[in-house]
Design a protein around this ligand. Structure first.
Ligand code: MCA
Ligand code: AMP
Length: 514
């Protein structure tokens, strides 16, 4: 294939019968493969008509819809760079992303057009379109005037396809630059490793602004020519009901926890299903085991990152060619995927022995090109021999299974979303009356982990914990808001004066699970 545009590979996998159903929404709309082809052509032609400079970013903050997926595919088709933004982000967050990425085009909902366009025009964006989840908005209105035929723009494997913002270890969010080659190699590896079959049907119930829902799920279905059952939001009862005519499901652990709370989840309900995949956050062994008992299926857990897409996976096949063992082992994230090199290193840079704990480092065709306009940060995160330091801490056992035991990065993963304590602490510390704060993650039965804020006031301040949370709610995405806040006289410190977050975690660990 001479054109390495990811869209070409996805399009080439469409089934011969283009009139077959490609996507069926939970409210009964059906889109054929032909519809996807034509709609992506029209939106790609609209983007082409704007005569954007090479490498233009298309920043998108819209509710989940099939048209939002079409916009992603059209962006690839037009050779532009897709920049998805969580719909929970508020103006300060959007201001940073747009200011940093300088997108040529911004697409938002009509409801947010006022404030989003103001931010975008200030940052030099020339075009702001709207797209709503009821298929209205200026993007589709304008695209309707364009041809439904389009030749995908030529891209090299090393050209950028998407930028995903992620915070990594410290400081402001960094844009992870993923190439057409990164994404295609991962999609092809997973197609084989997870044994996708021609007649698979994927239940798509994840948001489409992060790696899991956008790449793993959408590419997985498209590169296999498989139909998707498209849910605009996750509702456990509806997912369980649709299992009767589906075969594959992907979810973060919270989705599995919530389905387990439904009496309708039974072996009978899941009998048509072939594969349940979990990732983005640690899957508790209790959830893994309970799922086995209730449905007869063994969840396949895998591990990945925004910077790398998928890195490891438990095996799918009983007679797998790749893994020495065929068992899906709860509590592990399986084996490095074919083509991925994974090693565990100590602080001294030496390889750890089997079973010993250290920092996980990876290399492979899926590993990103670097952080957008941050060459120093990029250099810091790679070793001199080209391995990416994941910030995850883990071990590899004698059979090759990888287990993640923690993170060296100060990060809370809540319901599959990343929350950076440093960001929340920064906002709290800026509040009048606050002297200092610490945000730590504690166990939570639904979200796996949630943030708890511990605040020290300046003398004379009467700020209440609820007011701290109220102020945060007005400024930050809702999933980042700590679920509890405590005003205390002092924070535990070590002899160097550093706040001992481990003691705070210990102190509050039973807050939601006791
Ligand atoms: C919602 N809330 C949350 C979260 N979601 N709080 C903490 N963590 C969350 N994840 C807030 C809401 O704003 C609300 O606050 C309160 O919690 C209850 O919300 P609820 O109605 O229960 O939420 P929901 O709308 O049902 O959403 C829960 C969800 C959602 C379905 C689990 O968070 C979700 O779709 N998570 C998946 C994230 C994901 O796709 N991650 C993949 C990242 P209030 O009452 O104050 O308004 S990709 C990745 O990590 C890597 C690469 C990988 O390996 O995949
Ligand atoms: P993100 O930056 O949103 O892509 O999140 C990536 C992080 O999610 C990884 O560095 C891990 O810490 C975490 N993660 C993803 N999958 C798993 C998993 N199966 N088990 C534990 N942690 C995971």
């Amino acid at each position: 294939m001479s054109n390495h545009n990811l869209f070409c590979a996805l399009r080439a996998a469409f089934p011969a019968d283009l009139n077959a159903v490609a996507v069926e929404t939970d409210d009964g709309l059906q889109y054929s493969w032909q519809d996807l082809d034509r709609a992506t052509a029209m939106v790609a032609n609209l983007l082409a008509s704007l005569e954007l400079p090479e490498g233009s970013r298309i920043a998108v903050q819209v509710e989940k819809s099939v048209e939002a997926m079409v916009l992603y595919l059209a962006t690839l088709r037009a050779g532009c760079v897709f920049l998805p933004l969580n719909t929970a982000y508020q103006s300060a967050e959007i201001d940073y992303f747009i200011g940093n990425a300088e997108p040529a085009v911004v697409v938002c909902s009509s409801a947010n057009f006022g404030w989003v366009s103001k931010i975008a025009f200030k940052a030099g964006t020339r075009h702001v379109f709207t797209l709503n989840d009821d298929r209205t908005g200026s993007l589709l209105d304008r695209a309707a005037h364009h041809s439904d035929q389009n030749t995908p723009v030529e891209r090299q494997a090393d050209d950028l396809a998407a930028i995903l913002y992620t915070s990594g270890t410290t400081g402001r969010s960094k844009g992870a630059m993923l190439t057409h080659g990164n994404l295609l190699s991962n999609a092809l590896t997973l197609k084989d490793y997870w044994g996708w079959k021609k007649n698979d049907v994927l239940i798509h119930a994840l948001p489409i602004f992060h790696v899991h829902g956008l790449f793993v799920a959408i590419h997985g279905a498209l590169i296999n020519g498989s139909k998707m059952v498209w849910m605009s939001r996750f509702e456990p009862k509806r997912v369980i009901a649709r299992m009767a005519d589906a075969t594959v499901f992907m979810g973060v652990p919270t989705l599995y926890v919530r389905m387990l709370a439904e009496p309708s989840l039974t072996q009978q309900a899941a009998k048509n299903m072939r594969l349940f995949i979990a990732g983005s956050a640690p899957l508790l062994i209790e959830t893994f085991s309970e799922w086995q008992t209730r449905t007869g299926h063994t969840i396949l857990e895998r591990y990945g990152m925004s910077e790398t897409a998928m890195l490891t996976s438990n095996p799918y096949r009983a007679d797998t060619r790749y893994a020495k063992q065929s068992e899906r082992r709860g509590g592990t994230v399986g084996f490095p995927l074919p083509g991925v090199r994974l090693r565990v290193r100590g602080d001294d840079g030496k390889d750890m022995a089997v079973g010993e704990i250290g920092g996980i480092q990876v290399q492979g065709p899926n590993v990103f090109k670097g952080y957008w306009r941050m060459p120093e940060k990029t250099a810091e995160e790679f070793t001199s021999d080209g391995f990416f330091k994941t910030g995850d801490v883990g071990k590899v056992d004698e059979r090759g299974y990888v287990t993640i035991v923690g993170r060296s990065k100060d990060l809370i993963i809540s319901g599959g979303y990343n929350v950076y304590p440093a960001e929340i602490e920064g906002y709290i510390n800026d509040m009048p009356g606050v002297a200092e704060s610490a945000v730590v993650g504690v166990s939570h039965p639904d979200f796996g982990e949630v943030g708890v804020a511990v605040v020290i006031l300046k003398s004379g301040s009467a700020l209440q914990a609820d007011a701290v949370l109220g102020e945060l709610k007005a400024k930050l995405a809702n999933f980042k808001i700590p679920k509890k806040c405590f005003v205390v006289p002092e924070l535990p410190r070590n002899t160097m004066g550093k706040v001992q977050k481990n003691l705070l975690r210990e102190q509050y660990k039973g807050l939601f699970t006791a």
